[in-house]
Design a protein around this ligand. Structure first.
Ligand SMILES: O=C(O)CCC(=O)C(=O)O
Length: 282
């Protein structure tokens, strides 16, 4: 992404709380096919609560489910906007497919930063990317958003929907939102349409994510991932220091060489004999 495009997306997010980018149709098709197949294979059923839906099929921990999803978190139309919005050390908070079925009710209005008790408005600690894998329409459950709500000083009430608009967008669109943006899944009033979406959600690297990648991803799965994805899944160290195990990165512990590192390597090193050397950070 060129710098002018990036800056334009960042200004749009600053102004209205969200922006929209596009991904390749063939990638979108692969993702749709994979979600459809997994729903069958894993016999995914609605969770039957208001937050997760009464006729919505959700698949969590997508990276562990199929490598097709590995193309999402570091996508070059998405990740530069995310890292410039929150932090270049951002990690994944969650990866979820949300397929909203006919008859689904409006989800409660919320932000994905609802568990963070720091005063608002402030810089986002999370970025939420909603991928429209099918067309999102007002009728089939397009995400409801309140433009400008990232500047609010509080979390919304669940029923606070008067200023909400449907984020209508064609399949292959990705909406990138400030973590303080008020939003929720829309009601699906159609007879027979499923609204297939996915949420690839990021947070600052020092925060606890919504989903746990350390336990959901097998070591051999992490080893097979590209380095950037390993880092996003939290297998590097935050700023070369946070998240170590006896001084080693999580990547080192699971045998993922790309993210194998020792903590504090960026600081001055000395041998017992007093020789001094420094090692670059990262
Ligand atoms: O499905 C959507 O459009 C949004 C869902 C959502 O915001 C959530 O589950 O937290």
């Amino acid at each position: 992404m060129d710098d002018a495009t990036l800056q334009s997306h960042l200004r749009t997010i600053d102004d209205q709380g969200y922006t929209v980018v596009e991904i390749e149709p063939d990638l979108n098709k692969r993702l749709v096919d994979t979600v459809n197949r997994l729903e069958e294979e894993l016999d995914i059923q609605p969770k039957m609560n208001r937050a997760e839906g009464y006729n919505t099929k959700r698949i969590y921990n997508l990276l562990a489910k199929d490598p097709a999803f590995w193309e999402m978190p570091a996508h070059d139309a998405v990740l530069p906007v995310v890292t410039n919005l929150i932090d270049r050390w951002a990690i994944l908070s969650g990866t979820t497919a949300m397929n909203i079925g006919p008859g689904e009710e409006l989800q409660g209005m919320h932000t994905d930063e609802g568990n963070i008790t720091l005063p608002r408005p402030r810089q986002p600690l999370m970025a939420v990317t909603i991928w429209a894998l099918s067309d999102f329409t007002a009728d089939n459950g397009a995400t409801r958003i309140v433009p400008g709500s990232h500047k609010a000083d509080r979390e919304p009430r669940a029923d606070e929907i008067d200023d909400a608009i449907p984020a209508e967008m064609p399949a292959g669109s990705v909406m990138i939102m400030h973590g303080g943006m008020w939003h929720c899944g829309g009601p699906n009033t159609t007879e027979d349409q499923w609204r297939m979406g996915a949420n690839i959600q990021y947070c600052v690297g020092w925060m606890r994510g919504q989903q746990n990648h350390y336990l959901s991803l097998q070591p051999e799965t992490v080893q097979a991932m590209p380095k950037r994805l390993q880092q996003l899944a939290g297998f590097g160290l935050h700023k070369g220091a946070m998240g170590h195990i006896d001084g080693a990165s999580p990547g080192a512990v699971v045998g993922a060489t790309e993210t194998s590192q020792q903590a504090y390597q960026y600081t001055e090193k000395r041998t017992i004999q007093g020789q001094v050397s420094t090692v670059a950070s990262d």
